[in-house]
Design a protein around this ligand. Sequence first.
Ligand code: CU
Length: 168
Amino acid sequence: MEIRRRRALAMALAAVLAAVTVARVATAATSYTVGAPDGLWDMHTDYAEWVAARTFHPGDNITFTYSRELHDVVEVGKAGYDACSSANNVSAFRSGNDVVALTTVGTRYFLCGLTGHCDSGMKIRVDVVAASTGPVAAPPTTSAGGNVVAGLGALVVTHALLASISVW
Ligand SMILES: [Cu+2]
């Protein structure tokens, strides 16, 4: 009984370690240059199309690259994004190479604060979603369940043996 328990514990630990390893691989940080490779932070790039082709996870970061004389970057809330208003901005950047960390799950809104630029489409909405763990985490769970079934099977056999012995 004691040996079986230790074995089950070891199997469970192995499953947890495997799951942790998979989770680390799945959450590897990615850096994106906004608009690249076909554009940048400018007046021509279709940002809705750009974000639609990518999936952003916590830990990733996005970099706005542009000429400081021509543009800037203002992070706003949804209302500011919809109205192209930077009046209640969350933060403002104007280095020309601004790295923004996407630390948590949620939606971030950015626009260019120069007059008319946001209205011309220079605005971007970034949805940060949790890294998927479903399909990749499934194998360890299945193997742990298999061990439980095997353990129960051994238990049933042991009981059957004991029963046959007591008959004798
Ligand atoms: Cu601009």
